[in-house]
Write a protein that binds this ligand. Sequence first.
Ligand code: AMP
Length: 175
Amino acid sequence: MSLRDAIRTIPDYPKPGILFRDITTLLADARAFREAVDALVQPFAGMKIDKVAGIEARGFILGGAVAHQLSAGFIPLRKKGKLPHKTRAVEYALEYGVDTIEMHLDALGEGERVVLVDDLIATGGTALAAIDLLGQAGAIIVAAAFVVDLPELGGADRLRAAGVEVSTLVSFEGH
Ligand code: AMP
């Protein structure tokens, strides 16, 4: 089964008109999970990566596995109020309203080389906020890696325009 076939699509979740690309079916398939993690890691094989930063919540699962493969540390980027120690926060716009992403202040040292990981990039708002957060902490963003790209929403292009290397494994048409 291809990676694309291992991802389930749920129409009208969480709102009418959205095609939700559900990676839980990929994660539950041992071969697909392994193949996805291997493919996410591949561009960084042999490179010095200090930390992998994963975005809550599906970015934790993939990012943890990628960090292990790269012998790197892992940094959780979390929703507001979830991290117990001192944090830095970045707000970003959603379709309706704003959201906040947070990182521990001591998660990262100046000049550390970081790869950002999440399951999916749509508009890129979340990933750009994460990159802002990591940049404020003095990280060198080596790249951002996603399983799924929704190219019509322009997120990957937005990251590239901001000077970030982007890799994605599977593209789906539409939103
Ligand atoms: P964005 O900030 O627009 O790039 O949205 C990315 C975040 O929202 C990721 O953490 C995704 O998990 C989630 N997301 C956005 N759109 C979808 C979708 N169609 N299917 C599954 N997850 C999505």
